[in-house]
Ligand binder design. Sequence first.
Ligand code: ATP
Ligand code: MG
Length: 566
Amino acid sequence: MPEAAATPPASLDFIREMIAADLAAGRNGGQVVTRFPPEPNGYLHIGHAKSICLNFGLAQEHAPNARCHLRFDDTNPTKEEVEYVDSIMADVKWLGFDWGEHLFYASDYFEKLYGFAEQLITKGLAYVDDQTHEEMRASRGTLTSPGTRSAGADRSVEENLDLFRRMRKGEFKEGEKVLRAKIDMASPNMNLRDPALYRILHAHHHRTGDAWCIYPMYDYAHPLSDALESITHSLCTLEFEHHRPLYEWLIANVDGLPGAPYQREFARLNLTYTVMSKRKLLRLVKDDLVNGWDDPRMPTISGMRRRGITAAAIRSFCKTIGLTKFNSLTEIALLEHSIREDLNKISHRAYGVLRPIKVVITNYPEDQVEFFDAPNHPEDAAAGTRQVPLCREIYIESDDFMEFPSDGFHRLKPGGEVRLKFAFCIICQEIIKDDAGNIVELRCTYDETTRHGKKPEGRTKPKGIIHWVSARHALDATVRLYDRLFTVETPDADAGEDGDFAKFLNPASCEVVTNAKLEPSLKEAAPGSHWQFERVAYFYADPMDSKPGAPVFNRTVTLKDGWVKK
Ligand code: ATP
Ligand code: MG
């Protein structure tokens, strides 16, 4: 074992410390085997990314003596679909992780899990019960009073085996029988009060078809699947802490398991301005409250990808938030920070005007066109430059002009001067309005001597520098401005009794701008390319809706903290 592993550096989180201690003690033969065990009942979200980065990250950190399994926890056939299996695999890969040959399905263990259940019955540790779900709940007791054991618990081993086999054969209706562990109806931990291990479900399974009509409960299948795969560290979220004694009970009482995993818990990720549970995200999809699982406003991995958020940004975010043992709420601003940091590095710059106002440069020759050299990336000379055309008529952002400027407004105003980035300075001479009084055009003059960043002679240097797009060359484009999905930080908690978080959906979460004016080079923007429209925001050429010569851009994130002011 490498010596460094014996004394973990102080910066290790509690999981990594624990693993370092296990390695130092020579446990598990120096192996670290983790797993990511999604239930294929929806698309993955950013919370899952935290778990993926942890589990697959540990395998990378401890290579070559480590691996991470992808295991589909497909024990609930009524909610699971192949579409979800496929999307989960695509998302894990896209995040940059690889399970290699270690792809598993809990359903592959159905026969073995069944055998373990017979073993528990034979040991007198499990029994077939006739109680209904409601009866079980009623006889379970409360946190302050013990439960009462069902009469079924007194059945003989033979009778239990017979009944369990008949359950498997399909002789009973759903809810008519259930297999329960025989543990302790007085345990202070409710999960040990004879928990259900198997239930009857006459349901078709996406992998096992109609072979089974009894299905193992999550709490039963999960630890035993871990053990069957010789997982060493079973890492899950805090809500499973109270299930840990049952996990350990099963590992201790089932004979013939190849591995002896243990479970530890860490806090799940909760993010402001969103909901983070597949069930709730499914509702948004099913009720058409969003445009599918990959709607760019969704906190799903596929939605984030479609929005233009990179895998590197998500991994960096997961690193930043770290691991804790207490639940908390993470500001979405922190995620945006990671997104900006990455996009700043990889995005080429371009000019785009979202809310155009036309400017006529009256002293600029009518037929003249000139090209200005603009760097593709201000901090990366290797990214090269591009030629941006300019002519007599240009568009500028309408809020870069104020007819009645407030104090400290340094952009274009009547009689005021501003620099057109990379070009020259212009002075606003006249405002043209339509009959209704709306500003439709600005008439400006330019100063030839102010090219190449030169200060105007005899006047103070203008403080404002604005971007622009040549009117004659402009690409008309559709730009989708995404905003947060909900209007409140904690839609779940705020929904209160009725749980209707949908009432907090942000009606302005997707504004479609159809008359954006973009610099002509963006016409060839490849679907799936990242851009920074200078002074505006980061954009992503939508990988599905962009067509050759007609890109559609999604706003990934604004340039500064805080959501956009419109
Ligand atoms: P959901 O409530 O969204 O359906 P889940 O826990 O039921 O989540 P699973 O498919 O069972 O979803 O999750 C697979 C793994 O991802 C589990 O180990 C789970 O602990 C982890 N996970 C799920 N949500 C989060 C989260 N918000 N933060 C961190 N890990 C999470
Ligand atoms: Mg679940």
